[in-house]
Design a protein around this ligand. Structure first.
Ligand SMILES: Cc1ncc(COP(=O)(O)O)c(C=O)c1O
Length: 367
């Protein structure tokens, strides 16, 4: 018998991959949370140039200064957040950023608030730090239940916010982000704001929690915005006291983000931004096809305003029927127990696939 740490045993493999891998060659795969676009040319070319110029060594732990400058400008111009380059650490994706933040500020026994359902990594990161996940439910229309959140704030260490949200596609309003962040600040709860889908947003406006309070850590990445999931490029910014600690954890687990990806990141954040709009417009068109397809079949739910997911209240039985019809989705309980009656459809796939999926589902869903 091999001895395994209690920490590792306490966490589970993500349920998402299991369904992704279950897809057969003729299935329509709507499981994965990644853009189906290739990274834009000017970003790829910057990486090729970096390789050709031999920029292949370690970088500073916190990242290439030019990239941190570019991210500081990005925060100022896009988010009205004033982080100096010294307050920014470049990471291996938002995933690492979340991990180092939680490792740096959560002690064993600390209570951490997060939504149920929510992004799968949060609970595992909290458990690995010895913290106690404390779930905040969503309303019927998939927004944070603010009254319950407020009741849980007293004595909590950290609150994780994610708007636009994976898996629900919900965007919380500026007023709500403000009111929640201010309530957290009033009770001494740090906010960790995961904003990776900030640019994949449709008829709504993104608000950064860090504009409403000082004790806020912001996590973001190039992954979704620039179709760069495989490059592993993210970043974290916040008060210097936290960033000093995050840098130590980052140094010992990652050393630095990949040098080539960081040069590509400079091109992404300082270059032409029309690719971001092009991809957003395409996701919006796909969302419209998917949502109107469901509505035509009599499956009604609020239109998601962001990310590239529809969290559809199908119930377990109908979710299985959809899968049997060859449309592979992620059952909602992969995102927390309250997701059990839902299925997450990723529409980061072609319009043709989405239309074909609707036709496959029609016989089993139409009422
Ligand atoms: C809400 C959310 N945060 C963080 C991540 C991780 O992003 P990255 O690929 O940059 O590690 C994801 C990936 O799906 C996500 O959905």
């Amino acid at each position: 018998m091999k001895k395994i740490s209690a920490r590792a045993q306490a966490i589970e493999m993500s349920g998402i991959r299991k369904f992704f891998q279950a897809a057969k060659p003729d299935s329509i795969n709507m499981t994965l949370g990644q853009p189906d676009f290739v990274t834009p040319d000017h970003i790829r070319n910057a990486a090729i140039k970096a390789i050709e110029e031999g920029k292949t060594g370690y970088t500073f732990n916190a990242g290439i200064p030019e990239l941190r400058e570019a991210l500081s400008d990005k925060f100022k111009n896009e988010n009205n957040l004033h982080y100096s380059p010294e307050q920014i650490i470049v990471t291996a994706g938002a995933g690492e950023a979340l991990f180092i933040a939680i490792q740096s500020i959560v002690d064993p026994g600390d209570r951490v608030l997060l939504t149920d359902p929510g992004f799968v990594s949060y609970e595992a990161c909290i458990q690995l730090a010895g913290g106690k996940p404390d779930f905040v439910p969503l309303t019927k229309d998939l927004h944070i239940q603010e009254d319950i959140l407020r009741e849980k704030l007293e004595g909590a260490r950290l609150l994780i916010l994610n708007s636009p949200c994976n898996p629900t596609g919900t965007v919380e309003s500026k007023e709500k982000i403000r009111s929640i962040t201010e309530a957290a600040m009033d009770t001494g709860v740090t906010v960790l704001s995961d904003e990776v889908y900030e640019h994949i947003i449709y008829d709504a406006v993104h608000a950064s929690a860090g504009t409403f309070g000082e004790d806020v850590i912001t996590v973001n990445a190039a992954s979704k915005t620039y179709a760069m999931t495989g490059w592993r490029l993210g970043f974290i910014a916040g008060p210097p006291e936290y960033m000093e600690q995050c840098l130590k954890v980052h140094q010992y687990c990652q050393t630095c983000a990949t040098s080539i990806s960081q040069y590509a990141g400079i091109a992404a954040y300082t270059g032409d931004q029309s690719c971001v709009k092009m991809m957003r417009d395409e996701y919006k068109a796909r969302r419209d096809i998917l949502v109107s397809g469901f509505h035509d079949m009599g499956v009604k739910f609020p239109e998601p305003q962001g990310a590239f997911y529809a969290f559809v209240p199908l119930g377990k039985e109908r979710t299985q029927k959809v899968m049997d019809a060859g449309v592979i989705v992620v059952p909602g309980d992969a995102f927390g127990p309250s997701g059990a009656e839902y299925a997450r459809f990723s529409y980061a796939t072609s319009r043709e696939n989405i239309m074909a999926a609707i036709e496959r589902m029609r016989p089993v869903l139409e009422v």
